[in-house]
Design a protein around this ligand. Structure first.
Ligand code: AMP
Length: 586
């Protein structure tokens, strides 16, 4: 029997679970519904509730209910549930635990491994937090994949036609756009962009603020401070927002909103669209950026695929149609497609026969800080090592040099972001390398960045010239990292189970499973894509005819190997092309 690995879409508003069974994707129903609200609460007796039950008490007990926790993932923040404070990882783990237990009930076997999706634009800390949440839920997170990529994988499964797609994914809390090419069963992400704090929740908030203003105008009463009233308004406005997708105008009546007065108002779709236009403009900026990064024009796109509940907003569809000049489509249920893609990737990792292969990219640039020039000033600047949109896994190194004679130590930093100045980017981690050779300035230090298939980074620094090599792996969790043992105790107390000891806990997934054949294939593909890009770059320059022919031939043979999914052959062609490029490149 194949190993069971489930696919999980851990969403801001809703979460879903799917699996491959008998070669088909099966979405698992959670208490009779394929969609489970990502909501966690405790009832008056202190009993934990997850999903629909928790959502039902959202208004009545706002202080005992948490929603949209995904927006806080990766932050050093706490949310209160009853009289206790919990980290975003702990709350998310309760959602994942519910999904795991549902899977076990429905499938009749233990669920210990999962592929979990995250927004493509999630940063390192947000990805780590998601992985930690999985671990706390007793799941080995065998892979983190990007949501729009998962959607493309679900769409591309079994298709033979080549297509260039734009995946526009607007959920409850996050927005992503990816340019994806589906070719011979290989789903290749060309570029991704997004905003991890933009989604349907923001539209609800605008409507809530609008209602608060109207109420004040009408009754002279400010509703803005009362949590219970605001939660009630949020629920009402979220429903109104959905209705506005189908109706040009909605009338609302909420009785005794402040205990005495009713809220009565009408919202026109036109007015609502004006409210959200700025947010949608931001998403279109991301669309243009990702097209630019993929070196494509809107006319090169064959299909615009809509993913996420908020894409049901008519203005989203209209704007996309105006800008890309293609009618956007819901190819598969936009609420389920991401979980389905996660299940397909889970199936591939588990060894299911499936024709989809994934080449994903990093949407962020990873740099280290060094002394350089910015606007004619000598100062700390970011030196990119892995550029954004590089295929994963990526492994790149750059040489840096000590500044002063006898310099015995250096600080190695890793930043994520596109800015030249470190303070404008996100510091992922740093470490000190001490005991360098007492040599004159200019001692070369090789800084190596390895970004795995989950989009997570490992950094190594090696002193080269003295022969005394020093390798230091960076702990990218950095400060404010989750205390796993404490988190386990917190959760055990909440769910009324004994705390598992460290040894009994699920293995820490480091995202690198060398026995994973799918990962090996993806790695070979990523290398092949990188080599092809470099080879094509050289063909634009002055290489002699014989070398140019050899490059063309190797690129051609490598493409044939990819088509045949002949990984041994691809590995040989990769090596041959790498050797040739090594001699030809400067
Ligand atoms: P997701 O994260 O994909 O589950 O999307 C959830 C978001 O989609 C929430 O903000 C919902 O309010 C929003 N949503 C769901 N249905 C609709 C609809 N018909 N019109 C507008 N937004 C919707």
């Amino acid at each position: 029997m194949k190993e069971l690995i489930v696919g999980i879409d851990l969403g801001t508003t809703n979460s879903e679970l799917a699996v491959i069974q008998d070669g088909q994707v099966k979405v698992i129903s959670i208490h009779g519904n394929p969609i489970m609200p990502s909501c966690v609460g405790i009832d008056p007796s202190g009993k934990l509730m997850v999903g629909e039950a928790a959502k039902n008490q959202l208004v009545a007990a706002p202080e005992s209910t948490v929603l949209s926790i995904k927006r806080k993932m990766g932050e050093d923040a706490k949310v209160t549930l009853g009289d206790k404070a919990f980290s975003p990882e702990e709350i998310s783990s309760l959602i994942l635990r519910e999904l795991k237990q549902t899977g076990e009930r429905e499938l009749g076997q233990p669920v210990n491994k999962a592929v979990i999706t995250v927004p493509a634009f999630f940063n390192e800390k947000q990805r780590k937090a998601t992985q930690a949440a999985g671990e706390l839920a007793g799941l080995e997170v065998v892979r983190i994949i990007n949501e729009p990529t998962a959607a493309a994988l679900a769409y591309g499964a079994g298709r033979t036609a080549d297509e260039t797609m734009l995946v526009y994914d607007l959920g409850g809390g996050t927005f992503d756009v990816s340019v994806v090419v589906v070719e011979d069963g290989v789903v290749e992400v060309k570029a991704s962009h997004g905003d991890t704090h933009l989604g349907g929740d923001d539209f609800d908030q605008l409507l809530v603020e609008h209602a608060v203003r109207e109420f004040k105008k009408l009754h002279g009463v400010d509703l803005g401070q009362d949590l219970k009233t605001l939660r009630r308004l949020k629920v009402v406005m979220e429903q109104a927002k959905r209705r506005l997708s189908d109706e040009p105008c909605v009338r609302l009546r909420e009785e005794y909103l402040d205990g005495q007065r009713h809220l009565e108002m009408e919202i026109l779709r036109d007015d609502y669209e004006r409210m959200i236009a700025q947010h949608l403009d931001k998403t279109l900026d991301c669309v243009h950026q990702s097209l630019k990064d993929a070196q494509l024009l809107p006319d090169d796109i064959d299909k615009v695929m809509l993913v996420g509940g908020a894409t049901r907003t008519p203005l989203v569809q209209r704007l996309l149609k105006d800008r890309i000049r293609i009618e956007p489509r819901f190819e598969i249920n936009p609420d389920l497609i991401v979980a389905m893609g996660a299940a397909i990737q889970a199936g591939v990792i588990a060894g299911e026969k499936h024709h989809s292969i994934l080449v994903d990219i990093t949407p962020h640039t990873f740099s280290t800080a060094c002394i350089g020039f910015h606007e004619d000033c000598e100062r700390l600047v970011c030196a990119p090592i892995i550029a954004r949109n590089t295929p994963l896994p990526a492994s790149k190194a750059e040489m840096f040099y000590t500044m002063v004679d006898q310099q015995e130590e250096i600080k190695v930093t890793a930043y994520q972001g596109e800015h030249r100045l470190p303070e404008e980017n996100m510091l992922i981690g740093e470490f000190q390398v001490e005991g360098l050779g007492k040599v004159p300035a200019g001692n070369p230090i090789l800084i190596h960045f390895a970004l795995d298939l989950n989009g997570m980074l490992k950094v190594t620094a090696t002193e080269k010239t003295t022969g005394l090599a020093k390798d230091v792996a960076m702990d990218t969790r950095g400060k404010g990292a989750l205390d796993v043992q404490e988190a386990r105790r917190n959760i055990a107390a909440l769910v009324g189970e004994p705390a598992p000891d460290a040894a009994g806990a699920a293995a820490v997934a480091d995202g690198e499973d060398s026995s994973d054949a799918a990962a090996a294939a993806e790695s070979l593909l990523a290398t092949a894509k990188d080599l092809r890009k470099r080879g094509e770059g050289l063909l634009q320059k002055n290489v002699n005819a014989e070398d140019a022919n050899e490059i063309r031939e190797l690129i051609h043979q490598s493409a044939a190997a990819i088509k045949e999914q002949d990984w041994e052959e691809l590995s040989e062609k990769n090596d041959a092309l790498a050797d040739l490029l090594f001699y030809l490149e400067d």
